[in-house]
Design a protein around this ligand. Structure first.
Ligand code: SF4
Ligand code: SF4
Length: 167
């Protein structure tokens, strides 16, 4: 898997990567032009500072700067933001849907909105789904059983508790 990752790409004004860094962690990298970036899947890029972003952002490779996951391109509802669901979608030129999941989070396919997105995409395009978890391809029709509660949104997305009107 050589899906080019990105960090804070200059993308659609409607959607922003924010603190998401999944495409700098989940895919493998083996670009001839940037041998120093080679990495296995499911490990952070050497230039990723977790919680801060890419330390070489102004000089990042063009592959990084141009990559957009499907959510960043505007596909699917806002709720499918990759760091909320624990994975991101990409697609092949032929339309096959690719889902890279974070193995440390519950499988995003157990989230109803994700399952609906997958069903609509594959049906409309007659496309297959390819799923990676823990750096390897896993059966596309068999999500991991949910572990406990559904994935929590990242802290920065949590709304503050309502104020106590008495005080
Ligand atoms: S996975 Fe998508 S939203 Fe997350 S950093 Fe990459 S392009 Fe941005
Ligand atoms: S060089 Fe920067 S943008 Fe590219 S994968 Fe590494 S951390 Fe992400």
């Amino acid at each position: 898997m050589t899906t080019p990752p990105a960090r804070f790409p200059d993308a659609s004004p409607r959607r922003q990567c924010g603190t998401c860094d999944l495409c700098c962690r989940l895919p493998s990298i083996d670009w001839e032009e940037y041998p120093e970036l080679e990495k296995a899947p499911d490990v952070p890029c050497r230039h990723l500072v977790v919680g801060t972003g890419c330390r070489i952002h102004p000089d990042r490779p063009m592959h990084c700067a141009t990559f957009q996951c499907l959510w960043l391109m505007g596909f699917g509802p806002d709720d499918l933001k990759p760091d909320r669901i624990g994975g991101f979608f990409d697609a092949t030129d032929a339309g096959a849907l690719i889902l890279l999941t974070d193995k440390d989070r519950p499988d995003p396919r157990t989230i109803p909105a994700v399952a609906t997105f997958i069903r609509d995409w594959t049906k409309r395009r007659g496309a297959e789904l390819i799923v990676y978890r823990g750096g390897r391809e896993v059966p596309a029709d068999r999500p991991d059983a949910p572990r406990g509660r559904p994935p929590a949104p990242p802290p920065r997305d949590r709304r503050p508790p309502p104020r106590d009107p008495r005080g």
